[in-house]
Design a protein around this ligand. Structure first.
Ligand SMILES: Nc1nc2c(c(=O)[nH]1)N[C@H]1C(S)=C(S)[C@@H](COP(=O)(O)O)O[C@H]1N2
Ligand SMILES: [Mo]
Length: 440
């Protein structure tokens, strides 16, 4: 019975000379360009689509909060506010940043930074899930295919660039002084352009794949989208398990970063907080961005010889610290919210209203923008221009005390600006001159 196959047939096959494979295309060279090189049984359209949809929502939110962060700097007011000159029409959407709600920047920038960190595992998982496509063979099939692949270069390169520059910036305190803003801002526009194109092409397929569920389609079919291995290795984890792993990674990052924005007890979980977890205790015991020593503030700059000069409308008033303290003092409970994503809970500041300072030089309800300068020599955060809506807000103070105590040297003694809703960098410390007027 078993001898039904004629022996001669196999013999005959064996003696056939080895010829070239049929067809004109020689097939991909051995290695990663061959679909069977990729053996993970997890890769498939469902997994890629789930990661992709999470990134669609997350990156959209990142982009919007990033644009808001830029607007919050009031870059159209003055060159000293703007780290990205020559932005051209990319600043088309700028608007005057409001002072209410007073926690606005704390929220938008906290979301921007924390979300950027939390999305890292999802981004890596998404890239991993589509690696076989990177080695697609032939590399370029047609002109439109070539353009699509070029856009993927901008997409992957842009994502890598934005995530790496953002994370380096928040972890290492501005390792790109000044230029970070330029890089991150232009990089965001390049990236988002490629992202929009990618979403336009892939969203329908992603939605279909999610609806179809986690069951793998046959390798090589259209539904498989070049992602399913034709020679899968035995699975060591399910697709849902892989999702769970990535989700766990994101959650772990959330726990070790969000504390720096939430504050209070949660600070202790913020292991990745760039400035450490312990800001000290007492009324001045909250996060310090740059210490007085680190930016070269000399004790003599802020000692008895310190003066506050108020200018505007061609007038000038010079105040000693005692004279400043003799003016009407007001209170405002406001947070410090840094571009790095960390923020403090509300602190109770007290000092002189910016409008009262403006009145010293004869400015009333027409109080215009203000140039605020510190004793600091140079450095990108040593001065700022505040917008008229910020100057006029009654919570905007030149603060001399915080939480009932005199400002500590590191929090800006003898006087610092605090403005509701503004980024921390606009809350200039060690202030020595305020100029009200158009020509700032
Ligand atoms: N003169 C001066 N003011 C400054 C800075 C600075 O470097 N120099 N840093 C700013 C930044 S980036 C932030 S986030 C806040 C932080 O204030 P804090 O150190 O009191 O928390 O101060 C701002 N005021
Ligand atoms: Mo900051």
């Amino acid at each position: 019975m078993c001898g039904g196959v004629p022996v001669g047939a196999t013999e005959g096959e064996r003696t056939e000379p080895p010829g070239p494979p049929p067809g004109p295309s020689p097939g991909p060279p051995p290695g990663p360009t061959r679909p069977e090189f990729w053996r993970s049984p997890l890769r498939g359209p469902w997994l890629t689509a789930v990661f992709g949809l999470v990134l669609l929502v997350g990156i959209t939110l990142l982009f919007v909060t990033g644009l808001l962060s830029y607007a919050a700097y009031n870059p159209d007011l003055a060159r000293i506010n703007d780290q990205t000159p020559d932005k051209g029409w990319l600043g088309f959407y700028l608007f005057s940043w409001p002072t209410s709600p007073y926690w606005l920047y704390r929220l938008t920038q906290g979301v921007h930074v924390v979300l950027g960190i939390v999305l890292v595992p999802v981004l890596l998982a998404k890239l991993w899930s589509v690696i076989p496509k990177l080695f697609e063979w032939p590399p370029v099939r047609s002109v439109s295919h070539g353009i699509e692949r070029l856009s993927l270069l901008l997409l992957v390169g842009g994502a890598g660039f934005e995530f790496v520059t953002g994370i380096l910036n928040v972890q290492l305190h501005y390792i790109f002084p000044g230029s970070f803003y330029v890089l991150h801002f232009y990089g965001a526009w390049v990236f988002i352009g490629a992202f929009v194109v990618h979403v336009a092409f892939r969203l329908p397929r992603a939605l279909r794949a999610v609806r179809a569920g986690p069951a793998q389609p046959q390798a090589g079919t259209q539904e498989a989208a070049g992602l399913v291995s034709p020679r899968p290795a035995p699975p060591t984890i399910s697709r849902r398990g892989a999702l769970g792993l990535v989700g766990f990674g994101s959650l772990a990052l959330l726990v070790v970063t969000a504390g720096q924005s939430v504050g209070g007890w949660w600070r202790r979980t913020a292991l990745l907080a760039p400035h450490g977890q312990d800001p000290g205790s007492g009324p001045n015991g909250f996060q310090i961005n740059k210490t007085a020593a680190s930016v070269g503030i000399r004790p003599s700059d802020v000692g008895p010889a310190w003066r506050l000069t108020v200018r505007g409308s061609g007038r000038q008033v010079v105040l000693t610290r005692a004279e400043l303290l003799a003016m009407e003092q007001h209170e405002a409970a406001l947070p410090i919210a840094c571009v790095e994503g960390w923020s403090t809970p509300d602190q109770l500041w007290s000092g002189v209203r910016l409008t009262d300072l403006a009145a010293l030089v004869g400015r009333g309800t027409d109080t215009p923008q203000a140039l605020v300068e510190s004793v600091q020599r140079g450095g990108s955060f040593s001065s700022v221009v505040l917008r008229d809506n910020q100057v006029r807000d009654h919570r905007s103070l030149l603060a001399v005390r915080v939480n009932g105590a005199v400002l500590s040297p590191d929090h800006g003694y003898p006087a610092r600006v605090i403005v509701p809703g503004a980024p921390g960098v606009h809350n200039t410390k060690w202030v020595t001159r305020v100029t009200f007027g158009e020509a700032t």
